[in-house]
Design a protein around this ligand. Structure first.
Ligand SMILES: Cc1cc2nc3c(=O)[nH]c(=O)nc-3n(C[C@H](O)[C@H](O)[C@H](O)COP(=O)(O)OP(=O)(O)OC[C@H]3O[C@@H](n4cnc5c(N)ncnc54)[C@H](O)[C@@H]3O)c2cc1C
Length: 396
């Protein structure tokens, strides 16, 4: 652990061998590309060209073991990849699943599941972009999900609903959380939840129907109705009834990667704010001379640097083979707060022009706000830190 921390590279220009080609890839998808998608009807807003380019680039296989054709890189590099994408006009929410969802297969999948799926995922031939966990009536309360999977004959039959499932119509594989048994009395109410792998190329419109949500996001999210969905016995990932433990583990990786996305957005906003502040002349001089413009940018910049350090620390813990736990929550919380403050400073700097779509400030500002809510909203992150780092009682 100490070694990993000592080796930690804390500058944010490390791994330029990844940053440079990624920026070149993202240059092909400028703000105009994303704004044009937003002009489409809700069910035509998935950034297919960007997703295909990202899939073909090979960068998304960072966390798949080399033995299955992946790059087998540290989580820190995966974070750099996402940070770089978000420092441009791009948004990775259409493809981020491809990077971290396979880690659940790598850790808890059977040998047959790994062999069947990981090489295709690493090559970008199989898309693993969606996870279906949230439900309308359960919200943040995982234990309250109503989707049930029942053992019937040689397989499973699933019934229920899911809400806000990103990319459900654009993926080959989807992670699904369902209750397979009641929680034991007096035990952890989340016991009895099981993770399934759904082959969406077969299940979509054949057990799973998806309705797009008209929302202010740079991607696509769907409400799902699952009716008599038949799954084979080997669709279960890991141990039956232990799904919440795997989801918790997965959400630590997810938090570290979303922290990187938020830090990338911060870089986008700080570059844009500084450039505009130095160029925009009002009252006879650049507005960057004014403390009311300069200091909010400086203050947010300091917060961004702190968030990046905690993000690096959380990734270093993971890369040393340990669970980052609440440090992952801290990383995501700090990065999202810092990004929100930098977005706000960028907004103020641009004056009225911040509202004009062509500047991309309002679009990226919305992206940053979403990350304070999903995945793992601010309150849930603070609850995790309060309970698991500080030793206070669980707040829910
Ligand atoms: C753009 C987007 C994409 C998403 N993608 C996915 C996806 O791919 N897959 C998926 O499964 N889900 C996804 N979600 C769902 C997301 O994870 C949920 O929105 C989130 O879990 C919160 O659930 P909820 O919206 O029902 O809020 P609720 O649980 O109803 O909570 C409402 C508010 O109350 C707060 N709150 C609730 N309980 C407590 C408490 N005990 N203490 C303090 N505060 C509390 C919450 O933090 C929140 O601010 C996505 C959501 C969005 C907006």
């Amino acid at each position: 652990m100490t070694d990993a921390l000592l080796r930690m590279r804390i500058d944010d220009t490390d791994y330029n061998e990844f940053r440079d080609p990624l920026r070149a890839m993202c240059d092909a998808f400028p703000g105009a590309y994303w704004r044009a998608l937003e002009d489409n009807p809700p069910d035509e807003r998935f950034p297919e060209d960007f997703a295909r380019a990202a899939m073909e680039s090979g960068f998304l296989s960072a966390l798949v073991d080399e033995g299955y054709g992946g790059a087998g890189l540290p989580l820190r590099v995966a974070a750099v990849i996402l940070e770089t994408i978000h420092s441009t006009s791009c948004n990775a929410s259409s493809v981020i699943g491809q990077m971290y969802l396979p880690t659940i297969l790598g850790k808890h999948g059977s040998a047959a599941q790994k062999q069947k799926y990981l090489p295709g995922i690493a090559a970008g031939d199989i898309r693993f972009l969606a996870s279906a966990i949230s439900e309308e009536d359960s919200g943040s309360d995982l234990a309250a999900i109503a989707t049930r999977a029942e053992k019937r004959g040689e397989g499973w039959v699933v019934n229920g609903t899911k809400q806000w499932v990103n990319n459900a119509r654009y993926t080959d594989l989807m992670l699904l959380l369902a209750r397979t048994s009641e929680a034991p009395e007096g035990g952890d109410p989340r016991d009895g939840l099981t993770v399934f792998l759904v082959d969406m190329s077969k299940a979509l419109d054949n057990g799973v129907s998806a309705e797009v949500i008209d929302a202010m996001i740079n991607s696509n999210s769907e409400n799902l109705v699952i009716k008599d969905l038949e799954l084979p016995v080997d669709a279960v990932i890991g141990e039956i009834g232990k799904g919440h433990e795997y989801i918790r583990e997965l959400s630590e990786v997810e938090s570290i990667l979303y922290a990187a996305c938020a830090s990338g957005d911060s870089d986008f906003f700080s570059d844009k704010a500084v450039k505009y502040a130095n160029e925009r002349v009002v009252f006879g001089r650049p507005i960057s001379y004014n403390q009311g413009i300069q200091f909010p940018i400086s203050k947010a910049f300091v917060e961004v640097q702190g968030a990046k350090l905690i993000g690096n620390k959380a990734a270093a813990i993971y890369d040393a083979g340990k669970r980052p736990g609440a440090t992952a929550s801290m990383a995501k919380h700090m990065a999202c707060e810092a990004a929100w403050n930098m977005a706000d400073a960028c907004f103020t700097t641009h004056g009225g022009f911040a509202f004009a779509r062509e500047y991309d400030v309002e679009r990226k500002w919305r992206d940053v706000r979403i990350m304070q809510m999903a995945p793992q909203g601010t309150n849930m992150l603070l609850a995790d830190i309060g309970e698991n780092d500080l030793g206070m009682p669980r707040s829910f």
